[in-house]
Design a protein around this ligand. Structure first.
Ligand code: ADP
Ligand code: MG
Length: 700
């Protein structure tokens, strides 16, 4: 075999498992290819005879690549993806089969929807739901299966997934942004789309060690575990040398992602030991969402091949940083502009400032929505814990851009400032972009030169909800701006007034300082910014009348759909805490208590034996006393937890139930853990039934 065949270059195999534009151009008749492209660009539905041709070409391509099955791949409210595989085979008489795939099967699937969470939207007697092809996201092959990215709805058209609202929100932001561009005299752009680059953090632990921990297996995080003598304090892991086993994993992950056309770009070690990050090159929001789901799925699968387990949980270990997902978001037009890139001409400057002000206003007015888009039981551990932004939403724009907004607000020119010499609306903005924006890592929503980075999301979350909300609130503000400006006689004057007014009314959301400080929390309260500490504080805001009004206005969600989503998420929260609490109880009864008691007896036996011989048993006696009191306290804490879980389970109101899990059960879990962790420090390694943190964090 030649060297080249052994090591094919990335450009040769990139996207080889994707039915992308190139493949379509090669394999589809010209007119069919053109209709598919129209569908992709303008969302025009495919004719059924066209769909038949596309389906057939897709099948032939997939079968050549070894596929035997196809599936409608979708993103139900479970947070992960779902797929039901059907073989291509069709009986052909004589006990033979032919391989067949019709346009109808491509466009619409009908999985039984009754077993997916619907939050009361779909009574079980009406179990039918259907999946509909999202032609803007390419079909791909995974595990010998042709996967067709789809949206998932109930039979009556109510949405049951995370993708449909995202697609809807992309439409509305497109419409409203185009109105603004037209006002600025743009006649070339016909489509505006939002782009996302999600940075994904994760942990890798050894599979053998993982298998000894029921908590990791059942809940994805350690429910017990005393801190390792070494944690992340040496700061020697971030960007550090990548260990061979991890590096092998990363290489395989990259190449599998590349085959799926996913632009995996950057990989490095993160702050905590055993923690890593992968960042892709950004792409259109819905594709970024699909790709992020695939990335998480492949991380888990490929880790296993290397004897590792990938933990996507937001807080697998107490005492070291957890994992997040930075959602880098921007908005671009199909005539090649990034609308958040401050331009070189006064016209572009004003256009940039218009979009910037719309975002500032939107984030201020709808902060609770953004906050709740990052709400989950796992992420509650991170927000506000000095490893991730606080639960208060604010915007960082940096000092230079701040000066620009100040000047605009106060009507002053900036001629006095040497570095920032310009007159709003006349001169180009000074070159403050990109490299000049210092990296404030403590802000939940930071302007980073030509995009915003939303840093609240948890590592295990789908990015769909955040981006649906982001797109919709920006559409809302752009719509309001356009309504005003389209009526104005003097556009320049009206625009300037509008921007000044917006800055005056919404500058309270801007904070360029240290988001981790206590002073900021006090200041935020003075400014009236909501601090929605936990998931149960945040989620009910989905149903705020103003939010419902916005979603309904833009047909992103109906009121019923929001109610169902809120219910699903609250129920999910309670279920997660319940499973964690039950796992803790089980581990305490079956493993930790017996271990503590057994070890305690060993020490007592030794003390008795020594005393009989007239030896000094003071160490044993003290240790036995410590073990004894901690064991007794752990037992009590276990009973208290059990009582609280049982009480929480009985509550029928979804919100009250979730509150009980948060306020009663979760805190009781903390108590139980603290005694167990103290015992771990007292009991010998040999007698303690769980592998310690030092092993989990450092033995890969
Ligand atoms: P950092 O870790 O400093 O935030 P990275 O380079 O790791 O920076 O990540 C930046 C992310 O932002 C990448 O995924 C990148 O593709 C993405 N990004 C860059 N430009 C845009 C844009 N216009 N829209 C959306 N995402 C973007
Ligand atoms: Mg980042």
């Amino acid at each position: 075999m030649s060297e080249q065949a052994k090591h094919p270059s990335v450009s040769e195999y990139f996207g080889c498992n994707v039915f992308n534009d190139t493949v379509m151009r090669e394999r589809l008749p010209k007119d069919i290819y053109k209709s598919v492209m129209k569908t992709k660009q303008f969302g025009i539905a495919l004719e059924s005879d066209v769909a038949d041709v596309v389906a057939n070409a897709m099948k032939d391509w997939a079968v050549e690549k070894g596929a035997t099955h196809y599936t409608h791949w979708f993103q139900p409210m479970t947070g992960i993806t779902a797929e039901k595989h059907d073989a291509f085979i069709t009986p052909a008489g004589d006990g033979k089969v032919i391989l067949d795939f019709s346009g109808k099967e491509l466009i619409k699937g009908e999985p039984d929807a009754s077993s997916f969470p619907s939050g009361g939207l779909r009574a079980t007697f009406e179990a039918r739901g259907y999946t509909a092809w999202d032609p803007t996201s390419n079909a791909f092959i995974k595990d010998n299966t042709l996967c067709i990215p789809t949206a998932f709805c109930s039979y009556t058209g109510q949405i049951l997934d995370k993708k449909t609202p995202l697609l809807r929100s992309m439409e509305v932001v497109n419409e409203q942004a185009l109105r603004i561009l037209r006002l600025f005299g743009n006649t070339t752009a016909t489509r505006v789309y939002t782009t996302v680059g999600p940075e994904q953090e994760y942990f890798l632990v050894d599979k053998k060690t993982y298998d000894q921990r029921e908590d990791l297996i059942l809940t994805g995080r350690t429910l017990f575990g005393a801190m390792s003598p070494k944690g992340q304090e040496m700061e020697d892991h971030y960007f550090g040398n990548i260990k061979q086993r991890v590096s092998d994993f990363m290489k395989e992950l990259d190449s599998e992602l590349w085959k799926l056309g996913i632009y995996a770009k950057t990989k490095h070690n993160e702050v905590a030991p055993a923690q890593h990050e992968l960042a892709p090159i950004f792409t259109t929001s819905n594709i970024a969402a699909d790709h992020n789901q695939l990335t998480m799925e492949l991380m888990k699968k490929i880790a296993l091949k290397h004897g590792l387990v990938c933990l996507l949980h937001e807080k697998p270990f107490a005492g070291v940083n957890g994992s997040g997902k930075h959602n880098n978001w921007s908005i671009s037009s199909n005539d090649g502009q990034n609308l958040l890139d401050p331009g070189d001409t006064p016209l572009h400057n004003m256009q940039f400032l218009t979009f910037l002000c719309a975002i500032i206003k939107g984030v201020h007015e709808y902060a609770p929505l953004l906050r709740l888009s990052a709400a989950s039981a796992g992420n509650d551990h991170r927000l506000g814990a000095n490893e991730a932004p606080p639960a208060v939403v604010s915007i960082f724009i940096g000092d230079d851009l701040q000066k620009v907004l100040d000047a605009l607000e106060n009507g002053t020119n900036m001629k006095t400032d040497k570095d920032l010499e310009f007159v709003i609306g006349v001169d180009a903005l000074p070159n403050f972009r990109k490299d000049a924006t210092d990296r404030n890592r403590t802000s939940p929503f930071a302007f980073t030169g030509n995009k915003f980075e939303f840093r609240m999301l948890g590592s295990a979350d789908s990015i769909s909800c955040t981006n649906t909300i982001m797109n919709t609130i920006v559409a809302q503000e752009l719509c309001e701006f356009a309504d005003k400006l389209e009526k104005a006689d003097d556009f320049d004057k009206a625009l300037k007034e509008l921007l000044i007014q917006t800055i005056k009314e919404h500058k309270a959301i801007i904070f360029n300082g240290n988001g981790y400080s206590d002073e900021w929390l006090q200041e935020a309260e003075r400014r009236g910014l909501p601090n929605l500490v936990s998931t149960v504080d945040a989620l009910p805001h989905y149903m705020d009348p103003k939010n419902i009004a916005m979603f309904e206005k833009f047909h992103v969600y109906t009121q019923e759909e929001i109610a169902s989503r809120t219910e699903i998420l609250l129920e999910n929260y309670s279920k997660v805490i319940n499973i964690e609490a039950m796992t803790m109880l089980d581990m305490t009864k079956k493993k930790l208590l017996p271990a503590a008691m057994k070890y305690g007896k060993k020490i007592c036996d030794t003390a008795i034996a020594k005393k009989e011989l007239g030896l000094d048993a003071s160490a044993e006696t003290k240790l036995a006393a410590d073990l004894d009191s901690n064991t007794a306290k752990m037992y009590e804490a276990m009973q208290a937890l059990e009582t609280k879980v049982n009480a929480a389970k009985e509550i029928t109101d979804v919100l009250e139930c979730a509150k009980a899990y948060r306020n009663q059960v979760f805190s009781a879990m903390g108590d139980l853990r603290s005694y167990a962790d103290q015992l771990e420090l007292l009991v010998s390694a040999e007698d303690w039934p769980l592998p310690p943190y030092s092993e989990l964090l450092f033995n890969v």
